[in-house]
Each structure stands twice: as C-alpha cells, then as structure tokens.
Design a protein. Structure first.
Length: 134
C-alpha cells in the first residue's frame, strides 16, 4: 500500500512539474555588450577620476588616456595611466568609488610605494581599463 501511495504522489508531483515547465517563459538572451558604455563616456570617467581624487585626498600628478576602438574580434577599450600620491586608505576609497560607479572599469595594474620622507603617503601608479562597445 505504501508503494502505491508513493507512486501516486510521484505521478502527481511529475504532473505539477510538467505544468510548471510549460508555463515558464524562455529566458531572454541579451547581448551583454549593449550594456557597456560608448567610447564617448571615457570623458566622464576621466573627469570623475580627477574629481573623486580631489575629494578623497588623492593627488594625481599625471593622467593619460589611450583609446582603442573595437574590432570584429575584440571589444573597445580606453586605458587610463595614472600616477600620484595618497595615503593607502584614500587610494582604496578612490578606487572603490570609481569601480562602483563604472562597472566596466577594471584595474589592470596597481603599484603602491611608500615615500621615503613620508611614511603615511605613497606613490601610486595605476592602470585602469574601461571596456566599451565601440
């Protein structure tokens, strides 16, 4: 009797599962590249790099941007090379603000070196890369 009850329960659950699977909408496949910013947005990133640095006590001494257009096999990118000085906690806060503001921005390289005459501030070298769709 227990076996018959389990078989009936299994058939009932299988029927419910079949109905649920028929009513589920197929997932929409989106091209993630459509959510990436355009190359023109790199001007906003450069402005925010400087603005956030100033508000978070990061002194930028040089900033260059090198755009590379997308090709049929690669996404576009803008590489930002920066040097400056800041306390470690300020550098962390500055980078965190930038990365949270721009999801397609990544740190390619980061170098922090203590200044010989100031143990709190460090020389900062960072390369940021903004992935773009064009």
């Amino acid at each position: 009797f227990a076996l018959v009850s389990l078989q009936y329960e299994r058939q009932s659950v299988q029927g419910q599962l079949d109905v649920a699977l028929r009513t589920v909408q197929p997932a929409v496949k989106l091209d993630f590249t459509q959510s990436l910013p355009t190359m023109a947005r790199s001007d906003d990133v450069a402005r925010d790099v400087s603005r956030f640095a100033q508000s978070l006590n990061v002194q930028i001494t040089s900033l260059t941007a090198a755009p590379r257009a997308a090709t049929p096999s690669e996404l576009g990118r803008v590489q930002f090379n920066l040097t400056g000085q800041a306390a470690y906690k300020d550098t962390k806060a500055w980078l965190a603000e930038l990365l949270s503001r721009y999801p397609s921005l990544a740190i390619q390289s980061l170098s922090l070196r203590t200044q010989p005459n100031d143990p709190v501030r460090q020389d900062v070298r960072v390369t940021l890369v903004l992935i773009v769709k064009d």
